[in-house]
Design a protein around this ligand. Sequence first.
Ligand SMILES: Cc1cc2nc3c(=O)[nH]c(=O)nc-3n(C[C@H](O)[C@H](O)[C@H](O)COP(=O)(O)OP(=O)(O)OC[C@H]3O[C@@H](n4cnc5c(N)ncnc54)[C@H](O)[C@@H]3O)c2cc1C
Length: 281
Amino acid sequence: MKLKYNVDSILTRRRKKIMNPSFDFRLVLFEKIKIEGTDVISFRFNQELDKLEVNKTPSLFEYTAGQYAYFNLDDVHGDPNDSTRHFTISSSPAENFIMLSTKIRDSPYKQRLSNLEEGDKIDVSAPEGEFILPADYSKPLIFLSGGIGVTPFRSMLNYATEKQLPLKIIMFDSNKNQQNILFKKEFDDWTALNENMKIVYTLSDDKSEGNNNFGTEEEWNGEKGRIDKKMILKHVDTNTLNEAIFYICGPPDMLKSMQSLLEKELEIPKDRIKIEEFTGY
Ligand SMILES: Cc1cc2nc3c(=O)[nH]c(=O)nc-3n(C[C@H](O)[C@H](O)[C@H](O)COP(=O)(O)OP(=O)(O)OC[C@H]3O[C@@H](n4cnc5c(N)ncnc54)[C@H](O)[C@@H]3O)c2cc1C
């Protein structure tokens, strides 16, 4: 299986598609969850599709953990990027709801999204994407996550835990400060249930020694600074490093620096690196 994606060709394909995606599904919102201390909201939709849209037959929205879809809203006015965005489905197929999680900013699309209310509907394309768990569980996985790029990892971590997959996963989760660590309570609960899973949190705001400017007064026992070679070698043994498949997800800058870290400093071959880039950040 070919694991490495050519970033340019993926982005080109997405840009082409977003101009004319086909919205075959309609989901109904049942809950909005604002993640305290952040500008992120999770939107939870019923897994059952809106009945009217599927010949009055209830049917489920099905996807693979880690995939994304295009979400189209009515009544978006004056948005230079129109009324559609792609979002990872941050829930997993082991959960009984469909979730997307996003930073609310001032684009007309995001403002309309944040104003959705319980019972409101959103049109969705068929899920797609290859940033998913491998079929073969023999190789360990190392996830490198930056900020909101954690959404596909939430999906895959939940699925691996709920299905008790015999799959070793180490995730490095980089965020600005403690308040910005998304889904931490859930991740800690799942780590307690899943002995194959380990999460290394790091705060990137300021790595100078003696500076406590990490956005909280709580004591921090995790890592500080950006994910780098030293941090990876501290938490990953040589055997794991030599076998693992690396997954990187986050904003474009983070993605570039992680790709360089893996390929140049750690000499990981391209065919063991999978990338999902969040355009728009
Ligand atoms: C596969 C995939 C999965 C994704 N999953 C998620 C996810 O789970 N969660 C999530 O939050 N996002 C996700 N994204 C990103 C998402 O699709 C949006 O691009 C992002 O949320 C930004 O949307 P926005 O409406 O806030 O910004 P937009 O208005 O779409 O802005 C997009 C870009 O255009 C620039 N821009 C906007 N307006 C102007 C202007 N007037 N002049 C110049 N530049 C401008 C912005 O600075 C930004 O760089 C994903 C993207 C991809 C490709």
